[in-house]
Design a protein around this ligand. Structure first.
Ligand SMILES: *Cc1c(COP(=O)(O)O)cnc(C)c1O
Length: 397
């Protein structure tokens, strides 16, 4: 680009992460546009959040119509979109009850509280929730404590107690941690931040059987893997099991702050005073959620996610072979390419800074790249992304 780039003065924005010197101003489908007019092919989509891409027309219409009608009657009253979205979610899952929250971490906090409450009522106060190494459940104190991210155990010490860590896909490691204090096991069907590591069918099924036999709840954190991302509406549906509790976030709002805690009737044991939140179930966000879920459930949509996931998978596999990399993994449109060297960060920067068009990808670990495009990304965009990737890999491998 020959145009002079605009300086960014963001001195009043609290520093929490290094950000590039650019401002994103507009989005459309799989494309983002910055303050200099440069376009980026977006395979991040707000970290698997914008499941229908940027500025989805259905979501815009839902926002506009609802904003004119009713924004917030307070959580002390029912509202129409809250009821409609609860019905949509329960009719299309094994769960009976929904509590809406504003973020994945908040939904997971609710899941932890619900499990502990259930333990008080049914298991003599059992409260321990077994979670997994390298898992990610959010950034509140309890969800950081539940997460298995290296270093997080001491970052804001002391931790919230009661989250022993097992090894993913290893039932023996779970069994070893079970005591009479164990109330639940919580896991992501595909560990997202941990590096796109899918739970095996054998592990998920034997874990469900084991937890059932031992009166232990099974909680799936589908904040990243849910809402069509893996090619089924919910990721647990791949395994032929029924969890007791599920949390949703990210994709359910398609980019707006919306999350959900879902439970079966047998487990939904909150009484007044246990759970709440100023914005829970507000009609503006739940109206958007309805639009998102209806689009995901439209005939052929999830099928097309599976087909695009297959295309991305085969393209990444050829790239891996061409460059002597270590393969790819994932489920649906949540995939990772395993590099042979720690060049992930370098590739992310090169991709973003290339011209005339940038590419946005992510590297949750230095030796891998993660891809989480919009679920309505088209085949050309997938091929274009892979073309750019080949061009960049030539520079660093
Ligand atoms: C992103 C994420 C969260 C946290 O969601 P926030 O909306 O950022 O609080 C929790 N669990 C998983 C699996 C996630 O990917």
């Amino acid at each position: 680009m020959n145009k002079p780039t605009q300086n960014v003065d963001a001195h009043s924005v609290m520093f929490i992460t290094p950000r590039p010197e650019l401002v994103m101003v507009e989005g459309n489908g799989s494309w983002l546009i910055d303050n200099n007019g440069k376009r980026y092919l977006d395979f991040l989509q707000g970290w698997a959040v914008n499941c229908l891409g940027h500025s989805n027309p259905g979501m815009i219409a839902a926002l506009n119509i609802q904003a004119k009608k009713l924004i917030n009657p307070s959580p002390a009253f029912y509202n129409e979109p809250m009821i409609h979205l609860s019905n949509l979610l329960t009719e299309n899952s094994c769960f009976d009850k929904v509590f809406f929250a504003n973020s994945g971490a908040e939904a997971n906090e609710g899941a932890i509280k619900l499990a502990r409450k259930w333990g008080q009522l049914n298991k003599l106060g059992a409260f321990e929730i077994i979670t997994f190494d390298h898992s990610f459940h959010g950034r509140t104190l309890a969800t950081m404590s539940a997460s298995g991210k290296p270093g997080w155990d001491t970052m804001f010490a002391p931790q919230v107690p009661g989250f022993p860590k097992a090894d993913l896909n290893d039932l023996e490691s779970v069994k070893k941690l079970v005591t009479d204090k164990t109330v639940a096991v919580m896991l992501e069907p595909v560990q997202g931040e941990g590096g796109v590591i899918p739970v095996t069918a054998e592990f998920m099924q034997s874990l469900r059987q084991f937890t059932k036999e031992n009166n232990i709840l099974l909680i799936v954190d589908e904040v990243q893997a849910g809402c069509g991302r893996t090619g089924t509406l919910f990721a647990y549906q791949h395994y032929g099991i029924e969890p007791d509790i599920m949390t949703l976030g990210k994709g359910i709002g398609g980019g707006v702050p919306l999350a959900a805690l879902m439970a079966t009737d047998a487990v939904a044991c909150f009484v007044p005073g246990d759970q709440g939140g100023t914005y829970n179930g507000n009609p503006l966000m739940t109206a958007v959620g309805i639009s998102v879920i209806e689009q995901l459930l439209a005939p052929g949509f999830l099928e097309s996610v599976r087909a695009k996931g297959e295309l991305l998978r085969s393209e990444l596999l050829s790239i891996s072979q061409e460059f002597g990399l270590e393969g790819e993994r994932g489920e649906g449109l949540l995939r990772a390419l395993m590099l042979s060297k720690d060049v992930g960060g370098k590739l992310v920067e090169l991709a973003r800074d290339r011209s005339p068009e940038g590419l946005l990808i992510n590297s949750p670990r230095p030796n891998l790249l993660r891809f989480m495009p919009a679920l309505n990304v088209n085949d050309d965009e997938i091929r274009q992304m892979c073309k750019i990737l080949r061009e960049l890999l030539k520079q660093v491998i």
